[in-house]
Design a protein around this ligand. Structure first.
Ligand SMILES: *Cc1c(COP(=O)(O)O)cnc(C)c1O
Length: 425
């Protein structure tokens, strides 16, 4: 227990590769097989008529999703990314419009805006949650602002009640990018249902999945119609349906297949079970890690629920006696499932630095635009996927013991770092 940390030549806390996380099982396999045996793998038609909205599995999934989340409309798509794009079109943001987004998120949050021809405006996050900061959002709203996209990062809620009030007040839309937060809550309400639109991902890395897939929920009938038009070659049905106000729609093929929908329906039934498992590990981890004064663990307010897509952890380098990156490398040397950094603030991407997208209506984003996101990315935030590792609950003790060994040897580790023997990004 009091031996050396692995980075100094001690025995690793996790010497064997950790088992791979597979969230699907027998039930999903049977559901998919039943559909395969029927042989109807998709029933969408890109023309007027009942099949414009898809086949049996797709519709069943959407009905159940709407019921589970207590919303009027749930529209499935082939990814969260296409869901975000469709959501931006649904709120009528296009060329000449601006959409406020956080920089600390998966790139699709911002590229969805570009796909619709609008300009993303990056607004900094708040330190405690890493989600977009309502005060800064308010200051960034201008005459061209059409919407705010708030990301419930890592599965924890953004300040959604505040953002929804702000959006309603200013006559703009709030879109929740809830790709990471299915079954999470904010002020007692399910994430995804607080904005005018909520976007989910069913990608295999997310908390529930069907390989690739997405869902958008809304109570607004007109927005729901626009989502369906973007999903399935909407230009072909505008005339027959007399939907003159939606003539601007350019449709895509964003359709989910029938076997995927059948798998997703089973995963939805298992959402609570799969989520509870992650939360149990996360709670155990927080209980163990709170005793280290150099670490800050994720805290949830009353009425909120964090679902831990990943488990974020903030390091105080001064107290730890080593930088966050060095601490993370020491944990990685232990075999712990730790990533030293989440994505770099998005405006650093060449797309947003060099204005090379079609239309190119957005403005150049200087480095340092969002100082909290920058500092968090480089200096304080790391995350672990221990919450999803099978049997992760039993590994929490070893994880905390590794942290202790590393902190106990801070001076030696720092010396190694000074000698440039630790590779950090
Ligand atoms: C995964 C993710 C997306 C994209 O979802 P896909 O289904 O992979 O297209 C969008 N936003 C966030 C925050 C995500 O984590």
């Amino acid at each position: 227990m009091n031996g050396k940390p692995a980075i100094l030549g001690g025995t690793a806390a996790f010497p064997e590769p950790l088992p791979r996380y597979i969230s699907t099982g027998e039930r999903e396999a049977n559901a998919a097989l039943r559909v395969l045996q029927m042989g109807i793998l998709s029933e969408f038609l890109g023309s007027p008529g009942p099949l414009f909205d898809g086949g049996t599995q797709v519709r069943t999934l959407e009905e159940r999703w709407a019921e589970y989340f207590g919303v009027r409309h749930a529209v499935s798509l082939n990814s969260g990314t296409s869901g975000l794009h469709a959501a931006v079109v649904a709120v009528d943001a296009g060329v000449g419009d601006e959409v406020i987004v956080p920089p600390m998120t998966m790139s699709a949050t911002a590229t969805a805006v570009v796909m619709a021809g609008a300009s993303p405006v990056f607004v900094d996050v708040d330190e405690a949650t890493c989600c977009i900061d309502p005060a800064r959002v308010e200051a960034a709203i201008g005459p061209r602002t059409k919407a705010i996209i708030a990301v419930n990062l890592f599965g924890g809620p953004a300040k959604l009640s505040q953002l929804r009030c702000l959006a309603d007040d200013r006559g703009i839309a709030l879109i929740e990018d809830n790709a990471q937060g299915a079954a999470g809550r904010c002020d007692g309400r399910l994430l995804g249902t607080i904005g005018h639109l909520g976007v989910f991902s069913l990608n295999r890395h997310k908390t529930i999945q069907c390989g690739e897939g997405g869902m958008v929920v809304t109570d607004d009938a007109h927005m729901a119609r626009r989502l369906r038009l973007v999903r399935n070659h909407g230009e072909n049905v505008i005339e027959a349906n007399g939907w003159r106000e939606d003539e601007d729609i350019v449709g895509f093929n964003y359709r989910l297949t029938e076997p995927q929908a059948a798998i997703a329906a089973v995963q939805l039934e298992r959402l609570e079970e799969l989520t509870a498992r992650r939360i149990e590990v996360a709670d155990a981890l927080s209980r163990e890690l709170r005793r280290f004064s150099c670490l800050r663990v994720p805290e949830t307010a009353d009425g909120d629920r964090h679902v831990f897509y990943v488990y974020p952890l903030w390091v105080d380098a001064v107290r730890a006696g080593m930088s966050k990156d060095v601490f993370a490398q020491a944990m990685i040397a232990e075999g712990a499932p730790v990533a030293p950094r989440y994505v770099r603030p998005l405006y650093h991407l060449p797309l947003f630095q060099r204005l090379i997208a079609h239309g190119a209506a957005f403005v150049r984003e200087p480095d340092g635009r969002c100082p909290v996101a920058e500092r968090t990315w480089s200096d304080t935030l790391l995350y672990t996927t221990l919450i999803q590792v099978p049997g992760g609950r039993d590994l929490v003790g070893a994880f905390a013991a590794a942290v202790e060994r590393i902190l106990d040897h801070a001076a030696e580790i720092r010396a190694l770092d000074d000698a440039a023997e630790i590779r950090t990004r």
